[in-house]
Design a protein around this ligand. Structure first.
Ligand code: ITT
Length: 214
């Protein structure tokens, strides 16, 4: 069966890289939304899944294609769950966000934290959702050059290396995003669903313009 294309409702190239390799074995090709046009979506919800829904619905409406969104963040126990859904807003870039977190955690002995990712796929009149969580510990110094975001500060449970010290496939053994993808895959695991996604690639299943029907 040919691969169905899903548009990624994101301008984050690191998410695109991770999600494309996670979704490829499911028979889905992940295409960067911004390669088709420019669309700003305000993330006004207080939950990951709420924001992922906003992004996926907007890109599905904009392109007519199945659209996948990822909303994710880091929840730090000693900070009462912050930065959470606001994780992207703690600095202008990854270096700024890391500097913010190191400062917020200075002198903290409880370094427990988890990453959370919610995925929402919207196609035609159907939606699928899944959330994955990955627990671990925060380091006191950044370690490693791989990954993105807060990866240089995060060691998943069962490991001694940070996500940034791992290859992509190793991170995918533990990551919140990989867990959410596997859960979503269980919900998509039906040939009719894959056929439906392929059909949505060919036929925009938006509203029929009844006025134009003779
Ligand atoms: P889009 O909304 O365009 O998808 P974004 O980067 O703004 O891109 P989010 O609003 O979901 O995405 O913010 C997620 C932030 O959480 C992201 O910027 C990282 O700082 C952090 N984050 C999420 N997943 C991560 C991961 O696997 N490793 C490290 N940091 C991660």
């Amino acid at each position: 069966m040919p691969k169905a294309v899903v548009v990624l409702a994101s301008s984050n190239r690191d998410k695109l890289r991770e999600l494309d390799s996670l979704f490829s074995p499911l028979g889905l090709e992940v295409l960067a939304g911004p390669s088709l046009g420019s669309l700003e979506v305000d993330e006004t919800e207080r939950t990951y899944v709420g924001n992922a829904r906003l992004k996926a619905r907007a890109w599905n409406g904009f392109t007519g294609l199945p659209a996948l969104a990822d909303d994710s963040g880091l929840e730090v126990q000693a900070l009462g769950g912050a930065p959470g859904v606001l994780s992207a807003r703690m600095g202008d870039d990854d270096a700024g966000r890391i500097a913010w977190l190191l400062e917020a955690m200075r002198g903290q002995r409880n370094r427990r934290a988890c990453f959370v990712a919610s995925l929402v796929l919207v196609a035609g009149d159907r939606e699928w959702e899944a959330t994955g969580v990955c627990w671990g510990m925060l380091t006191e110094e950044p370690r490693g050059e791989g990954g993105f975001g807060y990866d240089p500060l995060f060691i998943p449970d069962g490991e001694t290396r940070t996500f940034a010290e791992m290859a992509g496939a190793e991170k995918a053994r533990y990551s919140h995003r990989a867990k959410a993808t596997r859960l979503l895959a269980c919900r998509l695991d039906d040939p009719f669903v894959l056929q439906y996604l392929l059909d949505c690639n060919r036929t925009p299943l938006g509203g029929l313009d009844h006025e134009s029907i003779p």
